[in-house]
Design a protein around this ligand. Sequence first.
Ligand code: ARG
Length: 468
Amino acid sequence: MSQATNQSWGGRFSEPTDAFVERFTASVNFDQRLARQDIQGSIAHATMLARVGVLTDDERDAIINGLSEIKGEIERDEFEWSVPLEDVHMNIEARLTDKIGITGKKLHTGRSRNDQVATDIRLFMRDAIDVIEAELVRLREGMIELADREADTIMPGFTHLQTAQPVTFGHHLLAWQEMVARDHERLLDCRKRINVMPLGAAALAGTTYPIDRHVTAELLGFERPAENSLDAVSDRDFAIEFTSFASILLMHLSRMSEELVLWTSAQFDFIDLPDRFCTGSSIMPQKKNSDVPELVRGKTGRIYGHLMSLLTLMKSQPLAYNKDNQEDKEPLFDAVDTVRDCLKAFADMVPAIEPKKASMFEAARKGFSTATDLADYLVRKGVAFRDAHEIVGQSVAYGLRTEKDLSEMTLDELKQFSATIEQDVFEVLTLEGSVAARNHIGGTAPDQVRAAAQRAREALATLKGGSL
Ligand code: ARG
């Protein structure tokens, strides 16, 4: 056997791996990110092997001490990663054997890299989800508190990006909050299916050693061992679920980003974002650009890309493990980093939004946003809704000609279109009256917004920390 043949599996080979193939098939440059979880899994595996009598207690202790030292070497950046050793698993195992000798070679008893890597990714994703959840919770809290503060602030509500009816800014923020609340549920739901342990499936069929998978599962904090060894080593649908969650979340953040970008423009002028979330232009000195929301909007594309990569990666893979699966890591790692950073950006930024209340109010006053209120008023006075619609349409046309909002017309002017209109009409034509009148669950009235914020706080408190 050639010296250069890989020590872990080179026994049946008669020539060394081609140098290019070695680099092409290696994953250590990116999967070294799983080192912490790999060591965590190996310690649990060795502990279980000793408990069932496959390793002696001394062997177990030597393995655990060796792995703990290696963990320190990696954390201090002293570990030398080797591409010929292919991946994180064989790098760590080779180092262990360097350190403790032949006992290091016993660690892989009853295990394969196939169940090892599947376990590592699940441990990694569980940790990542907990960090992401914390940012999501912070974002939801920020949205709820700002909504509560801005329950009385009036702005135009839009359909087709045309002024439709007045709403409160708090109500708009709570609409955002509902979107991310569903994302939160999706994340925790995905975590439940991630928290199942592949270890013990070995290469694909299980192992002949008297392993106790319940012990390993408990040591690693998994809900239970995976039911089927073939499925355990090949399943990556949890990665697709996570990137689906991430895609929907980024789609939501991208919509909010678009609104933030519009609102900070001179044309809308609804809000200010503190300078720390913005950048300037190297040529136009007056510019303050909303780069953070623009970038979040832009990052949505790469997340959709990762979802497509993973769906396509898994399509047509026969059972059980195939080398294709090595390609799951880079999209997943990037999705985790991107989601965490985008959520952090939003969680920092949302509480810092400074509404320009006068400007929002002025915008809501334009665009005949109380036209529906006038129609509803006429209906209450006995006019049929279709006729009321026509009457208000004529009033709006008059307003456009004379450049007057409905609330700026005199009673006589309004009476030209319907004799039913009386002095009390002005109560419904004000923006405050309009929003206060939508006083039911889910409506935009300030009292409803405050009550909804309170319910949102309670819903968040029950969901937080995975208690779905
Ligand atoms: N680096 C591999 C991966 O990421 C580890 C499992 C390799 N297993 C194998 N039979 N080649 O999937």
